[in-house]
Design a protein around this ligand. Structure first.
Ligand SMILES: Nc1ncnc2c1ncn2[C@@H]1O[C@H](COP(=O)(O)OP(=O)(O)OP(=O)(O)O)[C@@H](O)[C@H]1O
Ligand SMILES: [Mg+2]
Length: 225
């Protein structure tokens, strides 16, 4: 389902090239989950963006659902991302002018129509405890509530791959635990591939594979180099 091999990523930098990822490989099947920890600047967001087909690697292969998304035309790539990938950004990126339910329905406005989109949106918002907030706007929500809206939006199209960049950053412990539990429950129910970047070790421990980015490599957490 998710298979990347020998990924490397280099960014141009004032003093030459900045190598962020080097020979990173990961393979995951449906129903599997992984957390990724690592110091600030170690490349976690960069890796997630590549897995989410938002940023091409400098070299290496990416296969999502059997296809290399980076060979698609821009339009086909956008359609693919919308259908196959649920992405929860660290700063949730909700549209401020849209209500909670409108934000959750955004991915259904493009691509194939989603039968029962409204019912699905209501159900997901109910699951994340926001059924009383359907017509609020993001500015009227707490940080944790915004994260939960972003989570519902990421899942609305039943994507086989769910990627979360610090979905519990900025949350108190209890809210972070709630969001992580929801994520895991929905992951089990829908048998997605789930990859979560987090700075919180207690949260990271709840996922089946525990990985860390260290020295540009993706390694089992705590392993000797
Ligand atoms: N578009 C870019 N152009 C140039 N350098 C970049 C770009 N994006 C990220 N970098 C650099 O790549 C490195 C890794 O960044 P990345 O955002 O992946 O780190 P991170 O592990 O997610 O950190 P954090 O925990 O702080 O979110 C950083 O040194 C950053 O400055
Ligand atoms: Mg980051």
């Amino acid at each position: 389902m998710l298979e990347v091999s020998n990924l490397s990523k280099t960014y141009p930098a004032p003093s030459g090239q900045l190598s962020v990822l080097s020979n990173v490989s990961i393979a995951m099947q449906r129903g599997e989950s992984a957390s990724i920890m690592g110091p600030s600047g170690s490349g976690k967001s960069t890796l997630l963006y590549i897995l989410g087909a938002l940023e091409p690697p400098t070299s290496g292969q990416v296969f999502l659902d059997g296809d290399d998304p980076f060979t698609l035309s821009p339009r086909a790539l956008a359609e693919f991302r919308n259908r196959a990938i649920g992405f929860v950004f660290q700063d949730h990126l909700l549209l401020p002018q849209c209500t909670v339910i409108e934000n959750v329905l955004l991915p259904t406005l493009v691509g194939d129509p989603l039968p029962d989109g409204h019912a699905r949106a209501r159900d997901l918002l109910d699951r994340v405890g926001l059924s009383e907030r359907l017509n609020y706007r993001p500015a009227e929500l707490s940080g944790g509530e915004k994260q939960r809206v972003a989570l519902a939006r990421a899942l609305i199209r039943h994507p086989p791959l769910v990627l979360c960049d610090e979905p519990t950053g900025n949350l108190d412990r209890e809210s972070a635990d709630t969001v992580a539990s929801l994520l895991l429950t929905l992951h089990r129910e829908q048998q997605t591939v789930l990859v979560v970047v987090t700075h919180n070790q207690a949260i990271a421990d709840r996922f089946a594979q525990k990985l860390e980015l260290r020295g540009q490599q993706l390694l089992p957490r705590g392993s000797a180099t």
